[in-house]
Ligand binder design. Structure first.
Ligand code: HEC
Ligand code: HEC
Length: 313
């Protein structure tokens, strides 16, 4: 219903010569939710752990407070103030029919997660790059888990995007990705680590040299080109995602596996870091080991990072 109403609105906006670009709907292969305990548990793990969905679909305060075992209701409200581009909000994705996604079809949820495409064909800007290459079974697990989330009524404003924002964000296309049917089984393997780093955990999205919105990355896993701003009001630190390759200048060259495992157990130590440490604290040890195993196979690339937490001068 909602998608029909919005396509009508959109059609009239386009007729008037403005409005976001509509792309043909990507096929998800009809990913339907299943009432299956194993699948729901896997979805819960991805939602609150590896995929860090709850880190973004809560307020900033709730997101940075997440620690191991927490299951905050994803009722939205994270605010991104993007200067002249406008202000973006993370929507309520609880099962509330009016203010959440309770009325969305399974396939529409799946398309948003897998391709970052809204039911009306437009790109759901952040979702194009918030989730990496994710296997169909994991999308199915996420949708199945989402159906079990209790409804919370919370009206989140729609994005407030100015003309400049429309021009810049309007160039973003839904992510085309064919997707593997099944994720590699859990275990401390390179294959599983690669899947997590490119897929649900999207380490690649932040720890790579990026071209624009990390949609087309430059050199992978050598660290970001520029530090990221804190989202917390009053925090003047900036945060630089470091080189993760096994070069002596990178994390997988400097650290031991033990240090890496320990760091993920520790969780968030910097309140304003954009990395979802609290969600990742939920990662099972085999998945952290898999990430380490994968990082060790990357081409060692020299790129020094002075500091990861950069105080304001
Ligand atoms: C980096 C922050 C971020 C992360 C991580 C993230 N999302 Fe989102 N999500 C957003 C934003 C922002 C939107 C609004 C997109 C738009 O329409 O422009 C959104 C939209 C959605 C929507 C559509 C809801 C609506 O009303 O428009 C769904 C469903 C969704 N996300 C599910 C997920 C799931 C599942 C995950 C984890 C696999 C996830 N998201 C991870 C920021 C995020
Ligand atoms: C949303 C962006 C983002 C994502 C996703 C992300 N990181 Fe980070 N990461 C950062 C930033 C920024 C820093 C520097 C600030 C800090 O230490 O928290 C960082 C720091 C680190 C550090 C150094 C921590 C320290 O104590 O010096 C490691 C190791 C790391 N990330 C590994 C990973 C791995 C592995 C993944 C995927 C499982 C990942 N990151 C996903 C942004 C991100």
């Amino acid at each position: 219903m909602r998608s029909i109403a919005s396509s009508v609105l959109l059609a009239s906006a386009l007729a008037a010569g403005c409005g976001p670009k509509v792309f043909p709907l990507a096929s998800t292969g009809i990913i339907a939710a299943k009432d299956d305990a194993e699948l729901v548990a896997r979805g819960e793990y991805l939602f609150h752990g590896a995929g860090a969905c709850s880190g973004c679909h809560t307020t900033i305060e709730q997101g940075v407070a997440i620690k191991a075992g927490d299951r905050p209701a994803p009722s939205g409200g994270h605010v991104w103030k993007m200067g002249p581009l406008g202000t973006l909000y993370s929507p309520n994705i609880t099962q509330d029919a009016k203010t959440g996604v309770g009325a969305w079809a399974d396939d529409d949820l799946a398309r948003m997660i897998k391709h970052g495409q809204r039911p009306d064909g437009t790109a759901g800007v952040f979702m194009v790059f918030a989730v990496g290459h994710i296997a169909d079974d994991d999308v199915r697990a996420l949708v199945s888990y989402m159906r079990t989330i209790a409804p919370v009524a919370n009206e989140v404003p729609r994005h407030d995007i100015g003309l400049l924002g429309k021009m810049v964000l309007g160039g973003i296309e839904p992510r085309s990705y064919d997707g593997k049917a099944a994720p590699p089984p859990v275990g401390p393997t390179v294959e599983r680590g690669r899947y997590l780093a490119w897929g649900p955990c999207d380490c690649r999205g932040c720890h790579s040299e990026a071209d624009g919105f990390a949609v087309k990355a430059g050199r992978e896993f050598v660290g970001a080109d520029a530090p990221m701003e804190s989202e917390i009001e009053g925090d003047t630190n900036k945060y630089l995602a470091p080189n993760l390759t096994p070069d002596p200048s990178g994390i997988a060259g400097k650290w031991t596996e033990e240090q890496f495992l320990q760091r993920f157990k520790e969780g968030r130590t910097q309140k304003g870091s954009p990395m979802p440490w609290g969600n990742f604290q939920n990662l099972q040890e085999d998945d952290v080991k898999a990430l380490w195993a994968y990082l060790k196979t990357l081409p060692p690339t020299k790129k020094d990072f002075p500091l990861t937490v950069i105080p304001k001068k």
